[in-house]
Design a protein around this ligand. Structure first.
Ligand SMILES: Nc1ncnc2c1ncn2[C@@H]1O[C@H](COP(=O)(O)OP(=O)(O)OP(=O)(O)O)[C@@H](O)[C@H]1O
Ligand SMILES: [Mg+2]
Length: 468
């Protein structure tokens, strides 16, 4: 879907468009990949093509009157080149050279028109996104590339889920992807709905959002508001009618639609089949803390935490932005100590950097380990509370045993010994913990093990005891 704006291509397109100016059949438009073309609605491809060409010609005549007149006489009015050459007292070869030069000029004009159309379109689409929380995303390039391949594939999967623990950067990754899609005009249409209920800001702490948890119906409503703001609503606007309206739109044209924090949608079981119906050719990019069911048609993308090098880079980047005392001069060993306690969770890392305006690094890390202070408590509540409350006794027991396992050693046998739980129940518990992204499954297909994010280990150290 990517659109090239090369001058040579535009020249060829212009020539082809001139040649077919008078044709009555509706072939493929040489301008089909231009935003200018996509913007023309309620018209035929031929008329749309001719209109684009004519407007470019009109602009050209303001600066290059002779050139515009030559093209118009030859291609639009059908005058023979020979007679034009004769009138101008030049050879026919020269006349053709003039024609080529004029087309080259016209390509510049068309390029400028297309750039302007794109810029306008991009600013409209970007308004549908939320304000980004980051200035620069670290360590995400390969994930962006991998996801773009899936999103831009012309066929399935239609539902793509970015899954992972709170604060890992799912929303930020989706935001970066959509900004890329907008910048490069990879989809004509995008949408963004959020089901998020709480915000956690490293400086201000935990704040609930005004709106209650979203239902599937409300989500459809929100998308209609965003994508069809000017469509009149009938008086009796039932949920079925709303859905049909949205479906017509999403089937007509491929959209890329993000549903952020899908896990908090009230009736998720009802929503998933709806999303499936609405998809193709439209794609849905979903972010969720809880893994979606492993049914056919959902592509699961697990977001991992940052590695040590990226963690250090993130801390240094945050430090340059907010300039807390001492942090900029902190040595590598001190920053590595942060990684030991927090791991590569960007949200938690930003909290730590924010705290260095008030306290020393060792104090902050000790507070985190001991779950001391409002900020720390807020962070743990934000990331873990909802998941923790969904665990039964047995699963909590397994979860609490996880920090006792050395890294890489947590296979099924070892965990069964450690927790003294029968294999079937242990499997159930692990399934649930992995689904909630509280525990990660790693390793090879034949030799896998279960492990915790470093932040989760820290959380289990103290905070969880208060919730028991
Ligand atoms: N790769 C990254 N580099 C720098 N900052 C990041 C990165 N990823 C996330 N952040 C920052 O970390 C914070 C948490 O990110 P984000 O909100 O995207 O996480 P999330 O996975 O969507 O969390 P939640 O489950 O709560 O929705 C944000 O302030 C964001 O700007
Ligand atoms: Mg999010």
């Amino acid at each position: 879907m990517e659109r090239d704006l090369g001058l040579e291509q535009l020249q060829q397109g212009i020539y082809a468009a001139f040649k077919s100016w008078h044709k009555t059949d509706e072939g493929d438009s040489p301008f089909a990949n231009l935003v200018l073309f996509r913007q023309q609605q309620n018209t035929t491809p031929r008329k749309a093509t001719n209109k684009i060409l004519f407007q470019a010609l009109e602009s050209l005549s303001l600066t290059h009157r002779q050139e515009a007149a030559l093209l118009s006489r030859h291609f639009l009015d059908g005058e023979k080149m020979q007679s034009i050459a004769h009138e101008k007292n030049i050879g026919e070869a020269t006349a053709y050279r003039w024609q080529n030069d004029a087309i080259a000029q016209l390509a510049h004009v068309l390029q400028a028109h297309e750039r302007e159309a794109r810029a306008q379109r991009q600013s409209i689409l970007a308004k549908r996104l939320e304000r980004p929380t980051y200035t620069q995303l670290i360590g995400v390039d390969s994930q962006i590339e991998a996801l773009l391949v899936v999103l831009l594939a012309p066929g399935p999967p239609w539902l793509i889920a970015i899954e992972g623990l709170g604060g890992l950067g799912k929303t930020s990754l989706a935001d970066a992807l959509l900004r890329r899609v907008i910048d490069e005009c990879l989809f004509d249409e995008i949408g963004w709905v959020s089901a998020r209920q709480y915000d956690f800001n490293p400086g201000r702490g935990l704040t609930p959002r005004q709106e209650p948890a979203l239902t599937a119906e409300q989500l459809v409503e929100k998308l209609i508001e965003q994508l069809l703001p000017d469509t009149p609503r009938p008086d009796s606007f039932s949920p079925q009618k709303a859905l049909a309206l949205l479906e017509t739109r999403l089937k007509q044209q491929p959209h890329l639609i993000v549903v952020d924090n899908l896990e908090t949608v009230v009736d998720l079981e009802a929503l998933l089949p709806t999303l499936r119906d609405l998809s193709n050719p439209t794609k849905f990019l979903l972010t969720t803390r809880e893994k979606l069911p492993y049914e056919s048609g959902i592509y699961h993308f697990s977001l991992l935490s940052l590695n040590e090098a990226d963690t250090l880079q993130l801390i240094r980047h945050e430090a340059t932005l907010s300039n807390p005392p001492y942090l900029q001069t902190a040595g590598e060993a001190e920053l590595k100590a942060v990684y030991q306690v927090v791991g590569g969770n960007p949200l938690a890392l930003r909290l730590v950097v924010g705290q260095t305006h008030f306290f020393t690094l060792p104090t902050i890390l000790a507070d985190l380990s001991a779950a001391r202070g409002k900020q720390v408590e807020g962070l743990f509540t934000f990331i873990y509370r909802r998941a923790w409350e969904q665990l039964d006794e047995m699963t909590r027991h397994v979860f609490l045993a996880m920090p006792l396992v050395a890294d890489g050693q947590g296979n099924l046998e070892h965990l069964a010994d450690l927790t003294e739980i029968d294999p079937a129940s242990l499997r159930d518990a692990l399934t649930w913990l992995v689904t909630l992204n509280l525990v990660d499954r790693r390793g090879e297909a034949h030799d896998s093990y279960y492990t915790l994010h470093q932040l989760t280990t820290t959380f289990l150290h103290e905070q969880v005891l208060r919730w028991q």
